[in-house]
Ligand binder design. Structure first.
Ligand code: SF4
Ligand code: SF4
Length: 647
């Protein structure tokens, strides 16, 4: 049989060729200039944690075998890995903290323009936190929830409150291993301390702390960020959107919002509909204002409002190169400094908005919640002012875009499966047990230029999974990459295996569900927990026939996410290798021994088809362990049995 043609992104290839012919540098060019990349860095064998170094250890067993202080390869690699998790945890959690502060300000009436939108979720989270909602106005309740959530970052005693949502068996594993996370800031501070010169020099001890910190991210900072964003902006439900550069319009003012926190982009989107600003846009010859997202800001706006998406991480320069972006408005994370230099070659205004993320050469309009809408209006006015300066001869917007359905929060999945009166995960569990659905895969994370121009490994991976009846849930840039290729539409059921297709047709859902942004990977943790609580698939996340994947990981956040999934009991595969190869002991621990402790494990350095095969093998093994690998219906837990499972 002829091998199936690999997917190829002809739009990006054509644009990159055009940019090269115009002398415009991109991230791929800069990547080429970095080659060959340092082998010590790639394998994790360099250390510059003190000024006796920097030290490098010989990866082939020769001298030097240790750093100046005597730290060996295991210690150096483990310390580096833990610091990567610290970076990722900090990024997600600082995002989460900003949301908590905004909930408090909104509840106090100090953040005009924002409101408490989802009172149902507010009540649910209050109950998880042990706050009695009765008799409280929504503002009072939001204030109590916001204050308690904010305290999770620095409380001196106790553990992360959201971990109580995990299956009881999972909580016991964390307690036994001593990795139940304490306050988020404490875990990060302790990680930096432990990994500094002369402190923790036992790779297993270091990696256990790395796990505890990652759990403070997934079941702490990220989860608080997601839930409180839902309280403020609404819990996502399926919504139709459009993804790819074709969403930009030649005759309209185009504002790109890029970064991560919806705090800013929600207001920019609102300002773009202001009749006064629309009139101003008309006055400069524009037929309207388009707001389009990039990266996880895009995901946040897409899942709640269906606001169009221009692209994912490695498309940010392509967007500017259309010549039609009037303002590139950024907040935090995944913003390339190279955008500013590229924007300077066009009329595009690059506007930074966060005091935490300034970029030399960019215009800075500081955003703060007390005057959010006014600031957003000011930003949109900058874009309107730039519009007449566009060089129309250089405007080249590709026509490519695809419709996409997004917004599959775990609540939406529950509702979709069971309806409003009997919303539950039971139909999903039943279809896994009867074998129509083999299992569930989370495909999440970044895109980046180490993947050759035009290659689209996420498409290959996801196609392989769904054709084997594996339901795919996506977040982050992976979701956008699949979305711009039409994977997030019910019509894509055609590519699914017969069992999955039947379920998708019955429910009317795509076989690939877009669940949100990077912090929204916490939604997948809760979905897994719901599956456990529903019964019939074991008493812990590690029993479920599920697996996770990130092919083009780039940001430290991806490693933090991968680790909290592994530490929650999930087999997690990454495409590009992790910087741990310098220590066979660390590799063995992360890919094998950790499974004996947490039930999850890592795999890395796989091709897309190898990754799909590894995930399917893992799912099959879990099915066999549950005794559901043979055809036949299985009795589900009754209410009493399910009650026993809850904490
Ligand atoms: S901590 Fe040890 S290995 Fe690291 S730079 Fe200092 S002396 Fe070298
Ligand atoms: S998925 Fe990765 S590249 Fe994309 S926005 Fe998130 S961290 Fe950045």
């Amino acid at each position: 049989m002829a091998e199936e043609k690999k997917p190829s992104d002809s739009m990006s290839l054509a644009m990159l060729e055009d940019m090269a012919s115009c002398g415009l540098e991109t991230t791929w060019d800069r990547y080429e200039k970095q080659l060959p990349m340092c082998g010590f860095g790639k394998s994790g064998l360099c250390c510059r944690h003190c000024n006796m170094g920097p030290c490098q250890v010989n990866p082939f067993g020769g001298e030097p075998k240790t750093g100046v202080c005597g730290a060996d390869a295991d210690t150096i690699v483990a310390r580096g890995f833990v610091r990567v998790i610290a970076g990722g945890t900090s990024a997600h959690s600082d995002h989460g903290r900003a949301v908590c502060e905004l909930v408090i300000a909104t509840a106090k009436g100090e953040a005009p323009g924002y409101e408490i939108k989802d009172t149902k979720k507010l009540n649910a989270i209050a109950q998880t936190m042990g706050i009695d909602p009765s008799g409280k106005s929504k503002e009072d309740l939001a204030l109590a929830v916001g204050e308690m959530a904010l305290a999770e970052f620095g409380k001196p005693h106790g553990h992360q409150i959201m971990t109580t949502r995990a299956p009881k068996a999972r909580q016991e594993i964390w307690k036994k291993l001593g990795i139940l996370p304490r306050s988020i800031d404490r875990e990060v501070v302790e990680a930096m301390h432990r990994t500094s010169m002369g402190v923790d020099q036992d790779y297993h001890s270091l990696l256990l702390h790395g796990q505890r910190m990652s759990l403070a991210d997934g079941w702490g900072g990220s989860m608080l960020g997601t839930e409180l964003q839902d309280i403020l902006f609404g819990t996502p439900k399926p919504v139709l959107g459009e993804i790819n550069l074709g969403v930009l319009k030649a005759d309209k003012v185009n504002v790109i919002v890029h970064g991560h926190e919806p705090i800013l982009s929600e207001m920019v989107a609102l300002a773009s509909q202001d009749p006064e600003l629309l009139k101003e846009a008309e006055a400069v010859g524009a037929k309207g204002i388009v707001v389009a997202g990039i990266c996880c800001t895009a995901n946040e706006l897409l899942i709640r409002h269906g606001i169009p998406v221009a692209g994912h991480m490695k498309m940010q320069e392509l967007a500017i190169a259309t010549g039609a972006v009037d303002a590139m408005v950024v907040d935090v994370q995944c913003i390339m400094q190279g955008d500013v230099a590229l924007a300077a070659k066009f009329h595009t205004r690059c506007i930074t908005t966060s005091p935490k993320a300034r970029i030399r050469g960019a215009q800075h309009i500081e955003f703060e919640e007390h005057h959010a809408l006014d600031t957003a209006r000011k930003i949109v006015r900058e874009a309107i002012a730039a519009f007449p300066k566009r060089d129309q001869a250089r405007v080249k917007i590709p026509q490519d875009s695809s419709a996409a359905i997004a917004g599959f929060s775990h609540e939406a999945i529950k509702y979709m499966l069971g309806g409003s009166f009997r919303a539950s995960y039971r139909p999903l569990n039943e279809n896994i047990i009867n074998g129509r659905i083999r299992g569930v895969a989370g495909v999440v994370g970044c895109t980046q230029p180490k993947i050759a121009k035009g290659e689209q490994p996420y498409l290959e991976l996801v196609k392989e999974l769904i054709s084997n009846d594996v339901l795919v849930v996506e977040t982050g840039c992976a979701a956008l990459e699949c979305g711009r290729s039409g994977f997030l539409l019910p019509e894509f059921q055609e590519a699914a295996g017969p069992g999955l297709r039947e379920v998708c047709e019955t429910v009317g859902m795509p076989p690939v569900l877009h669940a949100g942004s990077c912090v929204d990977n916490s939604r997948i943790l809760i979905a897994c927990t719901e599956m456990v609580h529903e019964g019939g698939l074991g008493d812990d996340i590690s029993s479920l026939p599920v697996a996770g994947a990130c092919f083009e990981w780039m940001h430290e956040k991806a490693i933090a996410i991968g680790q909290y999934f592994v530490s929650s009991g999930v087999f997690t595969a990454f495409g590009i290798t992790l910087p741990v190869y310098g220590s066979p002991n660390v590799v063995k621990y992360l890919t094998q021994e950790i499974e004996g402790e947490t039930g999850g494990k890592w795999a890395f350095g796989l091709t897309a088809s190898g990754m799909a095969a590894a995930m399917i093998d893992h799912i099959n093994a879990k099915r066999a362990a549950l005794g559901i690998d043979k055809p036949g219906e299985r009795v589900l837990y009754d209410m009493e049995a399910r009650r026993q499972l809850r904490f």
